[in-house]
Design a protein around this ligand. Structure first.
Ligand code: FMN
Length: 401
């Protein structure tokens, strides 16, 4: 990219140089994490607002961009205007991919696919694996077989839409994470033993590989530790204490399955929110994210052996650090703790962050004010309520409150 601006901010070279991302090469190490805009049209089709958001991210020249949580079913949504990936919406997703790729043809574009499980709201039905919230429907074995098939079908649609791969959402308390938990004590083939709790991944990844092209990327986002009793990152249904042994085993399994990357996250928004997205009052949770991505990197290095390609590791929760995120991310990569620096709230504050940094311009930094989190809870369109007048107005009007 042309450096036509005055240098004002130092960007470590390691962040701006191309790097392996699974079976592909990403043009730089900046990764736009999935961030729900809750602005699809009826039926889960990307709206003009959705397309504009992804066009802006394309202009941002991110090395990798992960499209926000897209549901594989129409009847269990975490957001009332959530994107839904079914055959009839394929043209809308083609437009989304085109809007992004027009400005950033070399940038890798992934789509996060999900089932919202017990987090379903807004006229849709929350569904659970194990007896859970009042009113939630307990999923049958046949339901789970069907949901797994829908993930596979969604992966094929992602490829047909022209995107580069998928991100299984196995994090943040959604169905994919619920399946993995030690507290998943279902007595059918979807719970209890480790084999059953990881069956979803062990069956889906080879199937998707066999149905998609050789360069199609498959990875997953994990909550290494959820911070709840019996959650991911514990070792028993009634245990709260963090022990990453099972999550390490999961990461080794992902490597065995030939997955391309591991996106390391933690916590459950709405339950242990600050673990997922550190805020100024709970700033030091970001340190845990270094530990989580280093844990993943260590396992993958050991599992892959010398000289073998290993899945890329994405570190989360950089937004709070503002400009300090740059030397911090560079150091984590140089020391082998992670390979890509994942920014969440920062992509709302300034979707063009890497492009600006690449020409020495200071982006608008996220202040971790939590405005976007409040809009998310209110189930209205979501974006940056600090810098963007549309979202600022939504927040000040108390829309959806
Ligand atoms: C409004 C909002 C929407 C989010 N949507 C998603 C999502 O769709 N999928 C996901 O895995 N994480 C989602 N996250 C979590 C972010 O991707 C990210 O992990 C978190 O904000 C911490 O990173 P940061 O400190 O860089 O913001 C969301 C977070 C916020 C605040």
């Amino acid at each position: 990219m042309q450096n036509s601006c005055m240098q004002q901010i130092i960007v470590p070279a390691i962040l701006t140089t191309p790097a392996p991302f699974g079976r592909r090469i990403a043009p730089n190490r900046f990764l736009a994490q999935p961030m729900e805009g809750n602005d699809a049209e009826n039926g889960g089709v990307p709206s003009e607002r959705t397309l504009a958001r992804y066009a802006a991210l394309g202009r941002g020249q991110w090395g990798v961009t992960v499209v926000e949580a897209v549901s594989v079913v129409p009847d269990c949504l975490a957001r009332v205007n959530q994107l839904i990936l079914e055959k009839q919406n394929l043209d809308g997703f083609k437009r989304l991919v085109a809007a992004y790729k027009q400005a950033n043809p070399d940038g890798i574009l992934l789509v996060q696919i999900t089932h919202s499980g017990r987090k379903g709201v807004g006229g849709t039905v929350p569904t659970t694996l194990t007896p859970g919230p009042e009113g939630a429907r307990l999923l049958t074995s046949a339901d789970l077989d069907d949901i797994r098939r829908r993930f596979v079908a969604a992966a094929r649609l992602v490829e047909q839409a022209g995107a580069d791969g998928i991100d299984f959402k196995l994090c943040h308390g959604y169905l994919g994470a619920e399946m993995l938990r030690p507290s998943n004590n279902r007595s059918d083939g979807w719970g209890g033993t480790w084999e059953n709790r990881t069956r979803f991944l062990r069956e889906s990844v080879p199937e998707i590989r066999s149905l998609t092209g050789k360069d199609f990327l498959i990875g997953a986002r994990l909550s290494l530790y959820e911070g709840i009793r019996g959650g991911c990152g514990t070792l028993a249904a009634d245990e709260l204490l963090e022990d990453l042994s099972e999550m390490k085993r999961l990461v080794a399994l992902m490597s065995e399955l030939g997955m391309d990357y591991v996106n390391a996250s933690a916590g459950i928004p709405g339950e242990t929110s600050e673990i997922t997205r550190p805020v100024p009052q709970a700033r030091w949770f970001y340190l845990d994210h270094i530990r989580y991505s280093k844990t993943v990197s260590d396992v993958l290095r050991a599992a892959s052996g010398a000289g073998k390609d290993r899945p890329a590791v994405i570190q989360s929760a950089f937004s709070l650090l503002k400009a300090d995120a740059l030397p911090h991310a560079a150091q984590c990569i140089e020391r082998g703790y992670s390979d890509f620096a994942g920014f969440g709230r920062q992509i709302f504050a300034d979707p063009e962050t890497p492009a600006k940094l690449l020409c020495g311009e200071e982006p608008r930094w996220c202040t971790a004010c939590s405005g976007c989190s409040k809009l998310m809870v209110r189930q209205v369109n979501d974006g940056c309520s600090l810098y963007d007048e549309y979202y600022k107005k939504l927040l000040s009007q108390g829309a959806g409150a």
